[in-house]
Design a protein around this ligand. Structure first.
Ligand code: M6R
Length: 369
């Protein structure tokens, strides 16, 4: 049932192009607009929404962090993202105009379930983004957008993360479409890009051999750091989480702009630092800033592992290892930038002799608070 792969995780990484395509299937109509029938919250109710709050745990929380950039940019609705386990304990401000989005692969995560119950008690509408048909979280929500990743067996979430991102983009674009924001043209263009993105994910998968080889050389390291900016920041957090849970290594993700506020003190000779470089078009200011960050850490001895778009030549002189990803619109980049980090963590875990599908101390779904 592993389909010829050594681990479910490898199979699930390889299934990502299909999972992404399946999650888009039937949701973009031929005219290029979105139909999300399962979102049983009416367009008029969605026009009333004045705040979006996303609650989730672990990898799903990272998808939520990325969704915030997309939702705020395309809809101009303020969006908060909160760890489900923290949410209800701080008396959050919610009412009937708040849209709460609960993201969960399993649909059974107790922290997320308790957060959504709390939100409904305050009169908010809850939309679930979930991979498991008929599970508790969608059953208790007002509406659900299912991710169509198929069953995910490995404890470390991979294909479900990518499909959660797709679902978040669909919700953000749909909200933008329903509310008619000034980004109409951009929204149309992104919908087109999104419908082609599974081919880009496929292209990334075809180029992963050097990433595996690199990971094997790092098996005896104690620490790996991850840096990113904008949507690359949650990607860095996700890369670090994958490495912690699979390779049992100290791994931390930082916002690159925070480096000089503390984390740069961690840089010492030969410490591997993975840097997710933002797209060089669109937000070129951020791109240039991260290139200087790479220079700064390299000057202090870091071994730089740079994930950058094809055609981005500015990073070449400062990259000890360069991992190329296809150019995508800025907000969609996490769909391609995360894949090498999954492969990297899986290979490091294997090189360290760890059990890839069943990491120590972890369960696939966490049904206690
Ligand atoms: O089933 P859920 O999406 O609600 O699970 C949330 C987290 O427990 C989960 O993403 C966890 O962080 C994964 N093991 C990460 O790979």
């Amino acid at each position: 049932e592993k389909g010829g792969y050594d681990y479910f995780m490898l199979k699930e990484i390889a299934e990502q192009p299909k999972a992404v395509a399946d999650t888009l299937l039937g949701r973009i109509d031929p005219s290029g607009s979105l139909t999300l029938d399962e979102v049983r919250i009416s367009p008029s109710e969605l026009r009333e929404v004045d705040k979006v709050v996303i609650v989730a745990c672990g990898t799903a929380f990272h998808a939520g962090l990325i969704a915030k950039y997309a939702i705020e940019h395309w809809t101009r609705i303020p969006c908060e993202v909160e760890l489900a386990s923290e949410f209800r304990y701080r008396d959050p401000i919610l009412d009937s105009r708040s849209l709460v989005i609960a993201i969960s692969q399993s649909g059974e995560t107790m922290d997320t379930l308790m957060a959504l119950r709390h939100a409904r008690e305050q009169g908010s509408k809850v939309l679930a983004i979930c991979n498991t048909n008929g599970s508790t979280i969608p059953r208790e929500s007002d509406a659900v957008l299912y991710t169509h990743a198929g069953p995910e067996v490995a404890v470390a979430s991979t294909k479900c993360f990518l499909t959660q991102l797709v679902a978040c983009y669909l919700v953000a674009l749909y909200l933008g479409q329903v509310r008619g924001t000034k980004w109409g043209d951009e929204i149309q263009a992104v919908i087109k890009d999104l419908s082609r993105i599974s081919e880009e994910v496929e292209r990334v998968l075809e180029t992963m051999e050097p990433v595996r080889a690199l990971a094997r050389t790092l098996a005896s390291k104690d620490t790996v750091l991850f840096l990113g900016r904008h949507v690359g920041y949650p990607v860095a957090l996700e890369g670090a989480l994958k490495l912690k849970e699979l390779a049992y290594m100290h791994a931390e993700g930082f916002a690159a702009g925070e480096l000089k506020h503390g984390p740069i003190a961690l840089i010492e000779e030969d410490v591997p630092v993975v840097v997710v470089v933002p797209s060089s078009r669109g937000r070129s200011v951020l791109h240039d800033k991260i290139v200087s960050n790479i220079q700064e850490i390299r000057a202090r001895g870091a071994r730089t592992i740079v994930i950058a778009e094809e055609g981005d030549e500015a990073v070449v002189p400062y990259a000890d290892h360069l991992i190329r990803i296809p150019a995508t619109p800025t907000l969609l980049q996490p769909l391609v930038a995360t894949v090498p980090l999954q492969v990297f963590a899986c290979e490091l875990a294997t090189a360290r002799g760890n059990e890839v599908d069943q990491p120590r101390n972890l369960a696939k779904s966490v049904t206690v608070e």
